[in-house]
Write a protein that binds this ligand. Structure first.
Ligand code: C5P
Length: 213
């Protein structure tokens, strides 16, 4: 599976569909967050799957255990490949999410990449989620190798905060695509560097080539 996940942070179905069709040679998994899901929910999931691609549903569940468990069950019915929960939901919530049968992959958010933190805090949350049966974490590029070393190769690390060069936006803990992959990321999540590019297809291709290590 290709390692780049494109964050479809756009507001409407047509834009999302155009992006999926144009970037599909370079991307296998598309991330839907609340922005798009609230606009076009199920139709977007169907469109991505009809194009032969997978969906990462990034709604960052954080609620009481029963609600999170039922949310994971609903996501399973949608046929998504993966979804996110918040590690700060705690042990009981994480275990409830993981207990759903035949479920999508679950990745837990450690600390948002727009926030400043210390690697030890990210690692503490990664270890907690692993013991609860969660498949992996979302972490910044700066903690990938530490998590892989401590939690093992099989534990997924999915990394946003990817920038092609120095950028000036809200992401604080960043790295280039090739650095993140070299550090051991299973997937990198990229939004604005592709979405806001003059030529999104060229940038998606460039990132794909840079991650063929
Ligand atoms: O535009 P950019 O490349 O910063 O997009 C990164 C994507 O990853 C956004 O959709 C953002 O919501 C998501 N994300 C993140 N940090 C996390 C979890 C998800 O930036 N910890």
């Amino acid at each position: 599976m290709k390692k780049t996940i494109l964050a479809l942070d756009v507001y409407d179905f047509q834009k999302a569909e155009k992006l999926v069709k144009e970037t599909s040679p370079y991307i296998d998994v598309y991330k839907i967050g609340p922005i798009l899901f609230l606009q076009a929910g199920k139709e977007i999931v169907k469109m991505i799957k009809d194009n032969g691609k997978e969906v990462f549903l990034d709604l960052k569940f954080h609620d009481i255990p029963t609600t999170v468990k039922r949310s994971v069950e609903s996501a399973r019915e949608l046929g998504v490949f993966s979804l996110t929960v918040h590690s700060i939901g705690g042990e009981e919530m994480l275990k409830a999410a993981a207990s759903v049968e035949n479920r999508p992959k679950i990745w837990a958010v450690t600390v948002l990449t727009s926030q400043i933190t210390i690697p030890e805090e990210v690692l503490r949350r990664a270890k907690l989620t692993k013991t609860c049966g969660i498949d992996g974490v979302i972490s910044s590029p700066l903690e990938i190798s530490l998590i892989k070393k401590e939690c093992g190769k099989e534990f997924n690390v999915v990394t946003p905060g990817i920038r092609l060069a120095k950028a000036n936006d809200d992401q604080k803990r960043v790295a280039t695509p090739e650095t993140a992959i070299k550090e051991g990321a299973d997937f990198i999540v990229i939004g604005r560097p592709i979405l806001e590019a003059e030529n999104p297809i060229e940038v998606a291709k460039n990132i794909y080539e840079r991650t063929l290590l």
